[in-house]
Design a binder for this molecule. Structure first.
Ligand SMILES: Cc1cc2nc3c(=O)[nH]c(=O)nc-3n(C[C@H](O)[C@H](O)[C@H](O)COP(=O)(O)O)c2cc1C
Length: 391
């Protein structure tokens, strides 16, 4: 199958078309990359993936979702440099996902200010840590975000990362700007689909300028936010067309869901409430998760290649490279992705469960991952580091 043959991604050449999805590792206490993070990605590279992705790095201390989120400070840099070099030694390439939390945060910024997003918002996620409300960003805040993404991308390139993935999905800052539900501004950053795109496009322009032509830029976007009034597929297609026209992006990685409202839309499958409650640092949020989790967190049944029906529509609307992500758990679904015209396949939980899936599938030794979408790995992120609980 040609998914296991080398392929070009923008200026890069990958040994195959399999990319590890960003799955937050929980291996950067205090924001500092650890040796566990290095070993985790070496394991993935050894398993044969074409490119691995270090997840959800905050572009600025004021854009963190939680305190232990990876940052690119001086203590992280030698560790990340080593991580990239050792992933390269194993024959894989390495991408860094860059994100900004916007209003979805438990933290105040270094200046003591609470979280900010496109418009004021309730921030249930931050209620137990004293930041239940988020304010609207000023023009200066928005300009600072563009610079922060550019600086982080430049740093990533300097550390040797082959690619950066800009997070425009899952209800984080750039997704909040793109969504009609959360961007209620009436200025140059909101009020129409074009203006909601202004910040994400400015960020991508700045990121491309920072990394130059020799690195790849990926954009993880939403196909739908997963709730009424949010982004729907028609809007997602307009966004994809605008990203294509910008010329700054080498690969679109369409996903979906809004972490503050529909977190399991992006995952599907099990709702590991007991373990998620155990992973909450404060007693109040532990109790909240136990009592309210069932009411607030809507489950979605798992289906193989669950984003295909929406992703197919986006695929047909642009001619640039597009990846398929979401529930790719078997050789059959990888083959389907290629047959349907997707350039790359992006796998999250399947590679957490079976890091050597690429090598074993290429040899014909494995048809399907053992991952059963129980989603216990979600809680493991906060219980010592992401891992598959199936032994
Ligand atoms: C444990 C875990 C952590 C995740 N962390 C991130 C993340 O940091 N950034 C991100 O964009 N998506 C994150 N995701 C979502 C995945 O990247 C992916 O979109 C999703 O798991 C669907 O792909 P899959 O069915 O192959 O797992 C995470 C998923 C899991 C299971």
């Amino acid at each position: 199958m040609d998914a296991f043959e080398p392929a070009a991604l923008g200026p890069l050449r990958l040994r195959n078309r399999l990319i590890k999805a960003a799955t937050y590792e929980g291996m950067s206490p205090g924001g500092v990359a650890s040796s566990a993070l290095v070993e985790h990605h070496i394991g993935l590279a050894r398993g044969g993936v074409g490119m691995t992705t270090v997840a959800y790095c905050a572009v600025h201390p004021g854009g963190r979702t939680f305190g232990d989120q990876l940052q690119l400070g001086p203590s992280s840099r030698p560790v990340l440099r080593e991580l990239v070099a050792r992933v390269h030694d194993e024959g894989a390439l390495c991408s860094l996902q860059l994100g900004h939390a916007g209003f979805f945060s438990k933290l105040r910024g270094p200046d003591g200010r609470g979280p900010r997003g496109p418009s004021w918002a309730l921030n249930a996620y931050g209620a137990s840590s004293g930041v239940p409300l988020a304010r609207a960003m000023s023009d200066a805040d928005v300009e600072a975000v563009i610079e922060a993404f550019g600086d982080a991308a430049a740093r990533a390139a300097e550390l040797g990362f082959d690619a950066v993935e800009v997070h425009l999905g899952h209800g984080y800052l750039l997704s909040q700007f793109l969504s009609p539900a959360t961007n209620r501004r009436q200025d140059r950053w909101g009020g129409s689909p074009d203006r909601r795109l202004a910040l994400p496009l400015a960020v991508l322009e700045r990121v491309r300028r920072a990394v130059g032509p020799d690195r790849a830029v990926l954009a993880k976007t939403n196909l739908a936010d997963g709730f009424a009034g949010g982004l729907e597929i028609e809007g997602a297609i307009e966004i994809a067309r605008a990203l294509e026209a910008s010329g700054h992006v080498d690969l679109l990685v369409p996903s979906g869901g809004f972490t503050s409202r529909t977190p399991f839309f992006l995952l599907r499958g099990g709702l590991p409430l007991a373990r998620m409650a155990a992973a909450q640092p404060e007693r109040l949020s532990r109790l909240g998760m136990r009592v309210l989790g069932k009411l607030i967190l809507r489950p979605y049944p798992f289906e193989e290649a669950f984003f295909l029906p929406l992703a197919r529509q986006l695929r047909a609307a642009v001619s640039m490279p597009v990846a398929l992500l979401g529930g790719l758990v078997s050789r059959a679904s990888i083959e389907t992705a290629r047959r349907e015209g997707f350039d790359f396949v992006v796998l999250g939980r399947a590679l957490l469960a079976d890091p050597d899936l690429p090598t074993r599938m290429a040899r014909g030794e494995l048809e399907r991952t053992r991952c059963n979408a129980c989603n216990e790995c979600i809680a493991e992120m906060d219980l010592g580091g992401v891992r598959c609980v199936l032994e």
